[in-house]
Design a protein around this ligand. Structure first.
Ligand code: HEM
Length: 286
């Protein structure tokens, strides 16, 4: 037990946990970027159907999605908490520039120098992101099966219709790309995988990974901004957002919920009836 405490409180232990939590977050954002490619379609009514089906699939995976979300929050807290702790400890121990120089064997790049600041910026980005999208306006949408689900496409595309938010996303993607690039190569070094032959290859893979993620997201944001402001999509957005249409969907949603409830109750009643008649039959047979 003591070795765990020793490991967790050691500088290398904290750095390794930071590396592993960062790697898990990096995998999540690659998956997230690929999922968001559903937004890329010149026919935005198709994008709307596909994107809403995709987000409905994710949010509908209960209770697995709650574990994933809890895991993401825990990873973020661990990663950010340890980064701040290491920064403070290094400042105390060796002065203001210790960690950045250490992280790449004395070689200081712009990305490594700004790691803590880019990290804090990304945290701010995630807060804005969740507030506007996940916890933002909840529009309704009727899918091809007639089910009323959340119109995540509309909330997303409405945000990107604003050149201000799109510009903020483009800047954020640059920062995220830089953070990822340095994090990948430095995580491999921290985990002890430093080799004359492999390190340059790992560095190149790190650049490729960061470029794919950052450019992928940037393209999604820029494309969404362009398409959201075309006349055709403005009409589609206005119609989807209209109060009368949203009210109609709300009524339909309530009906569907009631139907679901009554189906559940009748299923319970018929199973109780079945149990009762089973017991009565058994009693009768005795
Ligand atoms: C073009 C760029 C992006 C788009 C369009 C986008 C879209 C979305 C949407 C629509 C949601 C809400 C999903 C839902 O509740 O159904 C979401 C959640 C989320 N996004 Fe993004 N996102 C983008 C970039 C990013 C980036 C760069 C990061 C990380 C640095 C990120 C991290 C997250 C996280 C952590 C969640 C919460 C996941 C959950 O609760 O299950 N997103 N995103």
């Amino acid at each position: 037990m003591q070795w765990i405490i020793k490991y967790l409180t050691s500088s290398i232990g904290k750095k390794q946990i930071m590396g592993v939590s960062g790697a898990a977050l990096a995998l999540f954002i690659l998956g997230h970027m690929i999922g968001n490619l559903q937004l890329i379609n010149l026919d935005q009514s198709v994008a709307q159907a596909h994107y809403n089906a995709y987000t409905q699939l994710l949010t509908g995976m209960k209770p697995i999605i709650y574990f994933i979300e809890l895991g993401l929050v825990a990873l973020c807290i661990i990663h950010v908490g340890l980064a701040i702790r290491l920064k403070i400890e290094n400042r105390k121990a060796r002065g203001p520039e210790a960690y950045e120089v250490n992280a790449r064997k004395g070689h200081k790049t712009f990305a490594s120098f700004t790691m803590i600041w880019s990290g804090i910026f990304i945290l701010g980005f995630i807060i804005q992101h969740l507030m506007v999208l996940k916890f933002g306006v909840h529009y309704l949408y009727e899918n091809e099966k007639g089910e009323i689900i959340r119109d995540m496409w509309l909330t997303t595309i409405d945000m990107f219709a604003s050149p201000f938010w799109t510009a903020f996303y483009l800047v954020s993607m640059f920062v995220i790309g830089m953070h990822l690039f340095h994090a990948i190569s430095s995580a491999f070094q921290t985990l002890g995988i430093a080799h004359q032959k492999w390190t340059p290859i790992i560095d190149k893979l790190g650049i490729a990974y960061s470029l794919v993620v950052a450019l992928g997201f940037a393209f999604e944001a820029a494309f969404s901004c362009y398409i959201a402001n075309t006349d055709e999509v403005k009409v589609l957005r206005d119609a989807a957002r209209s109060e009368a249409y949203q009210q109609k969907l709300e009524v339909q949603k309530q009906k569907q919920l009631q139907e679901k409830e009554s189906k559940k109750t009748s299923a319970v009643e018929s199973s109780e009836e079945f149990q009762y008649s089973y017991v009565m039959n058994k009693e009768g047979a005795r």
